[in-house]
Design a protein around this ligand. Structure first.
Ligand code: PAF
Length: 283
């Protein structure tokens, strides 16, 4: 039986009586197969599972989709119930930020090498908002383990930085991207897309695979592999690519052709107004 909890005091009370290790799965709700895989991994490693649902206003820019972000608490609760989550913590905004203006003036600022690249180039303050909210929930819940999806790869690096920077006693676990049968990565924002648009959106993953294939077979240097994928994507006028880049696995630095490390190709693109991200590892 999953219990819904709304206040910080109540979640702290139940945690005090719960078995350890304690797992936290941070979410903005609208749960999908990607979140379920986080829950299942958490269940295999921990005794008590908390999913938090909180659409964090601090990580949305003024022209982004904060007010339209898909919300369906009843369906999320059902998903959690079906997956044997112990507690869903779904506080109101003022429970987490009693004085949001002061929080906005004191955001946690991750290093620019991680936060100002890729998505950070167009989403100003996004990763400060993410780091700030995650620190708040970690402070309240004090989980032993926290689970994040690899689709939001840059976010994962920021959270690992946060844990190290503040010496937080939590282990960050990451889980592989879960994809629809077309290859499209599950995302809450897929709900904004029609069936046709979802098929088109699956081309992002095809483009990533193309780049990986061209790189592995040594046919092209990295920039040529990226160009080939961009040419492939240009056949879909609905897709507006924001970036397609190669980044080092160790620290998301730029990669050169003679790299000895594994790296990722990462893409962000818009279909209509819907912004999607995806990535692929090149070991
Ligand atoms: O990935 C998300 O859903 C959000 O960025 C997170 C980690 C829950 C923080 O608001």
């Amino acid at each position: 039986m999953t219990s819904l909890i709304k206040s910080i005091q109540d979640i702290k009370n139940v945690i005090a009586k719960s078995a350890k290790p304690l797992a936290l799965i941070p979410t903005m709700g609208s749960l999908h197969a990607g979140h379920i895989s986080l829950i299942q991994t958490a269940k295999s490693e921990c005794k008590t599972i908390i999913v938090y649902i909180f659409v964090n206003p601090l990580q949305f820019g003024p022209n982004e989709d904060f007010s339209e972000y898909p919300k369906d608490l009843a369906s999320d609760l059902k998903t959690c119930e079906e997956n044997n989550v112990d507690f869903v913590f779904a506080p109101e905004i003022n429970e987490i930020y009693p004085d949001i203006e002061s929080v906005k003036r004191n955001l946690i600022t991750p290093p620019c090498e991680l936060a100002d690249i890729l998505c950070g180039k167009t989403r100003e303050n996004h990763f400060s908002g993410v780091a700030t909210v995650i620190k708040r929930f970690f402070d309240i819940i004090e989980p032993d383990f926290a689970y994040f999806g690899e689709k939001d790869l840059q976010q994962l690096y920021i959270i690992k930085w946060l844990v190290k920077e503040f010496n937080l006693p939590v282990t960050v676990q990451s889980c592989p991207i879960v994809r629809e049968h077309t290859g499209l990565a599950y995302s809450s924002r897929n709900k904004y897309l029609s069936a046709d648009e979802k098929n088109i959106a699956a081309s992002l993953y095809k483009a990533l695979k193309l780049a990986r294939g061209n790189t592995r077979s040594g046919i092209f240097p990295l920039n040529k592999a990226i160009l080939e994928s961009l040419i492939f994507l240009s056949h879909f006028p609905e897709i507006k690519v924001e970036y397609f880049e190669a980044k080092d696995k160790t620290n998301l630095a730029n990669v050169h052709n003679d790299t000895k490390h594994g790296f990722y190709y990462l893409i962000a693109a818009k279909i209509k107004k819907v912004r999607l991200i995806d990535n692929i590892e090149v070991p």
